[in-house]
Design a protein around this ligand. Structure first.
Ligand code: URP
Ligand code: ZN
Ligand code: ZN
Length: 470
């Protein structure tokens, strides 16, 4: 079936212009004024914006953590993403002892219920010469990215030398290393000291993961990438100092790119001292207003390249049962750490919130332009992660992942709108001006206002190839 969207205003990463857009089956086939197509269903988009579907480069669905699992799976999380205008997500595969193929197979199984398109990054949380030799095989599986950690000692962290070797292998194989930057040794020391002194409240999560650790790890990782002549992508950048390091390294020609997430732009660690402080626990933690401001500046001046979500939701009160597929289930949540901040599962919801929140509080406030919004939430992640121009583009030949965005829609946001499977929303009560009206995935209408038309199993695994360095 052909669909002709008429009289809309297309917003891409570089331009804004009036145009019609013709979709045939799964693809965009024509862009231009006064398009006609016999037998196409015609949608009048007068007064509306047409955006490429969002690409979220950083989500954690169905992720085991501590004694629970992140509360959105590959169906509920995808559905929530779609309602927020996102049509592609990238999730992280947990590396099991049985190796890459086995680990990817497990994640493929989890993702069989996918409702939007998706791909995977591999968490490189073990290292050996044997495993290093197998890294290039990930490219055959369509996985072009390895995430390494400079924190979580004894669990996820790799030694610097192993990170460096991974970068060398990645460079030779057209792959990209993504880095979680904090100082694991400082964190372990401060956590032990805090617990020994009897500090168990959520605010200690932030106080034991200090800002300077993120700054020093960012510079160290950028330096290693320079020495390996490889590219590197710093995930969830949260401090002003990290942006300074990113700028410093980029100005010297290092192929380093940076992602931030909305939570680091809008909140500070002060919320952790509230009675409901546990619900704001994520790693790295929220920082200060100065950090918020520096991150915004990094988006304005292009030091940063993407806005992901690090969507990793948990219930605030996971003891309450929920109904899922006609069954009553409960998914333990933040209450697991009621008496000890180190036991609170780390992560925040945001997969649906990202685009609506960034539109009203980024574009409408004049912090970033509409074109930057598209670049950071769609086009740049598609380019960096080897999906462009299939994704992130409004051009003939691209997948018809399209959002008809109503820039006039006013609403009070929060759990009433959010399909994220958790009992709270970070932006509860925030006034929004602008919201997705219709969302198409490869030409199929999957969200129509408040109506869900998507289906479990309709999301496709996207094999990725070498991406661009932006
Ligand atoms: O708190 C967070 N961000 N949890 C997800 C894991 C990670 O390091 O991104
Ligand atoms: Zn991380
Ligand atoms: Zn993450």
């Amino acid at each position: 079936m052909n669909t002709l969207i008429k009289h809309g205003t297309l917003v891409t990463a570089s331009e804004t212009f009036e145009s019609d857009i013709l979709i045939e089956d799964e693809k965009i086939i024509r862009i231009g004024l006064n398009l006609e197509a016999d037998s196409a269903q015609v949608i009048d988009a007068s007064g509306k914006l047409i955006l490429p579907g969002g690409v979220d480069p950083h989500v954690h669905l169905d992720l085991p953590m501590f004694d629970t699992v992140s509360s959105d799976d590959h169906y509920t999380g995808h559905k929530a993403a779609a309602f927020g205008g996102t049509t592609t997500v990238m999730d992280f595969v947990v590396l099991e002892d049985k190796g890459f193929q086995h680990s990817v197979n497990l994640w493929m199984k989890k993702a069989e219920k996918a409702a939007i398109d998706y791909s995977f990054h591999m968490n490189l949380t073990q290292f050996s010469e044997k495993l290093a030799k197998e890294i290039p095989s990930l490219m055959d599986m369509g996985i072009q990215t390895l995430k390494v950690f400079t924190a979580y000692n004894g669990r996820l962290r790799l030694a610097d030398g192993d990170i460096f070797k991974a970068m060398q292998v990645a460079k030779d194989s057209g792959m990209l290393v993504m880095a979680h930057c904090e100082n694991g040794d400082v964190i372990e020391t401060l956590v032990q000291q805090a617990l020994a002194d009897g500090h168990t409240d959520p605010i200690w999560h932030a106080w034991t993961r200090p800002n300077w650790g993120a700054v020093d790890a960012t510079l160290r990782v950028a330096g290693m990438a320079a020495d390996a002549d490889s590219s590197v992508y710093i995930v969830h950048m949260n401090t002003g100092g990290e942006v300074d390091m990113l700028k410093y390294a980029r100005e010297r020609g290092v192929k380093v790119m940076g992602e931030t997430c909305p939570q680091y732009l809008f909140f500070t660690e002060d919320v952790l001292s509230r009675d409901d402080g546990a619900k704001w626990i994520c790693s790295p933690p929220l920082r200060t207003e100065m950090d918020n401001a520096r991150l915004w500046q990094g988006l304005r001046d292009g030091t940063l390249q993407t806005i992901g979500t690090d969507h990793c939701p948990f219930f605030l009160d996971g003891t309450q049962p929920i109904i899922y597929e006609n069954m009553e289930i409960s998914i333990p949540g933040k209450e697991l750490g009621k008496y000890n901040f180190t036991k609170i599962p780390n992560g925040l919801p945001g997969i649906q919130d990202r685009m609506p929140i960034m539109w009203t509080y980024g574009v409408k406030t004049g912090n970033i332009t509409a074109n930057q919004f598209v670049a950071y939430t769609s086009t740049n992640p598609a380019k960096i992660f080897g999906l462009y121009p299939r994704k992130g583009a409004l051009i003939p030949g691209a997948d018809a992942d399209i959002v008809i965005w109503d820039p006039e829609k006013v609403l009070k946001y929060g759990t009433a709108y959010s399909h994220q499977r958790t009992d709270y929303n970070l932006y509860e009560g925030w006034e929004l001006a602008g919201y997705p009206e219709k969302v198409f995935l490869r030409g199929k209408l999957i969200v129509d206002g408040e109506q869900w038309l998507g289906k479990s199993g309709n999301g496709q695994f996207l094999k990725r190839s070498e991406g661009e360095v932006l």
